[in-house]
Design a protein around this ligand. Structure first.
Ligand code: COA
Length: 334
């Protein structure tokens, strides 16, 4: 197995998550769109998703609540943090960063704070950056959040994209550990920006490529080439997990959990089947939450962490892919 280097190891001291209360079912959608519960369930595995009440919630409140829960789980105060990184593509404001607003609200005063934009890969991107900074010895207590309120970014007049997405946030607190083997033993960050039109949110007509000019989805809302993204996700997802196992010399038996982005149950099932992964080691919660973009991996992590499914001494793999197109993995020795 790979021997990590650096000034120290890294321990995950606590995790947290937050979702809005409001549940939007497939039947609810079938009342406003030309779709059915049967179509959505069969093609995606999604039965319902959580959506924000935009008058009082969104990416900011979900991030804040997830962070507070992670701090509680770590028995730490916000003022103990010296850095906060948020992976998101739905921050309410372009300036200041979402991380600054959340840090200010919870009381992480003087902590460094910045956002990372990598669409659905946002949490794993932020985790990889945070882990590297703690491991270097330059930063001690770092909060990592993945959060998106995708319900604010989908056009509910269009059935092709809106049925997939929901809102969520997940958070983790990283702290230094004297054991160098603790924390991330292997990670990847990847992108292929040539394929950005597969999933994008244009604000101005001049940004829309000629081939997508007739897309009925309104400006300011998420556009997606579902079939292309499906093909990309199926092959990339398998490739990234296989690479993480190969490079670390681990087998699926050595791993406690593969914590993966929830984009479509068929994509996850495909990886389970082709890589012969033990089904009980891959949480699928897309039926309840839909695709919550950068919120999804952090939400899954919090669920498996609190359920005691990622015990110390056994590595877990975190894996995500999304718009950009981007992908990321992290093999974490708990
Ligand atoms: N309800 C009913 N019918 C629908 C529909 C809906 N919500 N959305 C599309 N359809 C129709 C299409 O119009 C099409 O009809 P046609 O055959 O008469 O033209 C038919 O269903 C098949 O459409 P298609 O787009 O080929 O379906 P699909 O099997 O590829 O499923 C997705 C569509 C979006 C579920 C699937 O492509 C997907 O999951 N892609 C990946 C998306 C993703 O993971 N994005 C996030 C990445 S992080």
């Amino acid at each position: 197995m790979i021997k990590p280097s650096g000034a120290c190891g890294v321990r995950m001291a606590g995790t947290g998550s937050a979702v809005p209360e409001k549940i939007l079912t497939n039947d609810d959608l079938s009342r406003i769109l030309d779709t059915t519960d049967e179509w959505i369930t069969q093609r995606t595995g999604i039965r319902c998703r959580r959506v924000s009440d935009q008058s009082k919630e969104g990416t900011f409140t979900l991030s804040r609540d997830a962070l507070r829960r992670a701090l509680d789980a770590a028995s730490m105060k916000a003022s103990d943090l010296d850095l906060l990184i948020i992976g998101t593509c739905t921050a309410e404001m372009r300036c200041p960063s979402l991380a600054c607003r959340v840090a200010g609200d919870v009381g992480a005063i003087n902590a460094g704070a910045f956002d990372v934009t990598a669409a659905c890969s946002g949490f794993v991107y932020a985790l990889n950056v945070a882990e590297t900074m703690v491991r270097s010895g330059r930063y001690k207590n770092v909060g990592v959040i993945g959060a998106d309120a995708m319900s604010t970014m989908v056009d509910y007049q269009d059935r092709s994209v809106s049925i997939l997405f929901g809102d969520a946030a997940g958070a983790a607190i990283l702290v230094p550990d004297p054991d160098l083997n603790r924390g991330c033993i292997y990670q990847t960050l990847g992108s292929d920006g040539r394929d950005w039109t597969g999933l994008y949110i244009p604000n101005r007509a001049q940004e829309v490529p000629e081939a997508d000019k007739d897309n009925p989805i309104r400006l300011g809302y998420l556009r997606m080439d579902g079939r292309e993204i499906f093909k990309f996700a199926v092959s990339k997802f398998r490739e990234v997990i296989a690479d993480a196992l190969e490079k670390t010399g681990l087998t699926a038996d050595d791993i406690s959990q593969i914590v993966c982005h929830q984009s479509n149950a068929r994509i996850i099932e495909n990886a389970i089947e082709k890589l012969k992964l033990p089904r009980e080691k891959v949480l699928i919660n897309i039926d309840q939450y839909g695709n919550s973009s950068a919120g999804s991996v952090g939400l899954c992590l919090d669920q498996v962490w609190r359920a005691g499914k990622v015990p110390a001494g056994k590595p877990m793999i975190l894996v995500a892919f999304g718009g950009g197109v981007t992908w990321a993995s992290n093999v974490w020795n708990v």
